[in-house]
Design a protein around this ligand. Structure first.
Ligand code: CP
Ligand code: NVA
Length: 304
């Protein structure tokens, strides 16, 4: 029987999320000692990317190699996803060659379809709607910094996008204190928000006053104001979200030991200032590193 896919964080149970993060931390320590398991010896993963990537592509390819496996990187130029060949057939064919599929694309439904027709696990490496691997790595980073995540006041500030949606998915599993601060007229995905609040696990609020939203926060998280699939909205969002910039003044309202997070790539000077991103509260490069460790744990969990 086919193992699990990881297309959204809610494909895991709360216990699975915690186990994977714990395993990611162990793998991080092991690699610091120059050690690590090789459960992927003789196995291969296909990496389908329809959008640019630095962190995700490199951390997956390096992580798979560290686990003893190999990977094949595919762009749309080779496979013509849903055009040269149907998604169903691509899923069936790749399942005969590889042991898991990682995909970064536009539509969440396309990833679900790939998962439905493949007989090997499918991992979502970002869609317009969600970015589960990022938020799993971020949760690991918060655990590393504070020792726990439950109840830590987390403020996601800026554009309510795939990252914010994935935070909401996590909040539907773990008891979190999550505030989302954005301009009037912008909102996270309605369905995801409904499910997260309906799960009654976490304290979730949507706020429109940036200063109030970061008051006492221990985690301030931001991301670009226009994601890769909506770059045409850049100018409009810059006007709309100007007061949501993560800068020194805003940071002054947070907890003195607050950490500042950004999934990267950042548009420095727009959603975050250089001073904050390069300052003592910033953990953005730890986040980038932790993608490697948590994704190795995700693959190991799906392949077991
Ligand atoms: N954070 C992240 O997913 O970065 P890339 O787009 O560079 O992969
Ligand atoms: N929200 C961003 C995340 C990039 C890692 C995007 O989708 O472009």
């Amino acid at each position: 029987m086919k193992g699990k896919d990881f297309i959204t964080i809610t494909d895991f149970t709360a216990d699975e999320v915690k186990d994977v993060i714990a395993r990611g931390m162990i793998l991080k320590h092991m690699s610091a000692w120059g050690e690590g398991p090789k459960p992927l010896a003789g196995k291969a993963g296909a990496l389908i990317f329809h959008k640019p990537s630095l962190r995700t592509r490199v951390s997956f390819q390096v992580g798979i190699a560290q686990l003893g496996g190999s990977s094949v990187y595919l762009t749309d130029a080779e496979i013509g996803f849903g055009k040269r060949e149907s998604i169903e057939d691509i899923a069936r064919v790749l399942s005969r060659y590889v042991d898991f599929i990682v995909i970064r694309t536009f539509s969440q439904e396309d990833v679900e379809k790939l998962g439905k027709y493949s007989s090997v696990p499918v991992i979502n490496a970002l869609t317009d709607l969600t970015h589960p691997c990022q938020v799993m790595g971020d949760a690991l980073t918060i655990m590393e910094k504070f020792g726990y995540i439950e109840g830590v006041p987390i403020t996601y500030i800026g554009a309510p996008n795939n990252i914010a949606n994935s935070w909401l998915n996590l909040a539907s599993l773990l008891p979190m204190n999550l505030r989302i601060a954005t301009a009037e007229g912008l909102a996270p995905d309605e369905e995801i928000l409904k499910r997260a609040t309906g799960a009654k696990k976490s304290k979730i609020s949507i706020l429109h006053d940036p200063k109030e939203a970061v008051k006492g926060a221990k985690v301030i998280y931001t991301d670009v104001w226009a994601s890769m699939h909506e770059k045409q909205k850049s100018e409009e969002r810059s006007k709309l979200l100007a007061s949501f910039q993560v800068n020194r003044t805003l940071l002054a309202s947070a907890s003195p030991d607050a950490i500042v997070m950004h999934c990267l790539p950042a548009e420095r000077g727009r959603e975050i200032t250089d001073e904050v991103m390069d300052g003592p509260h910033s953990v953005v490069f730890d986040q980038a590193e932790n993608r490697l460790h948590v994704q190795k744990a995700i693959i190991m969990h799906l392949m077991k």
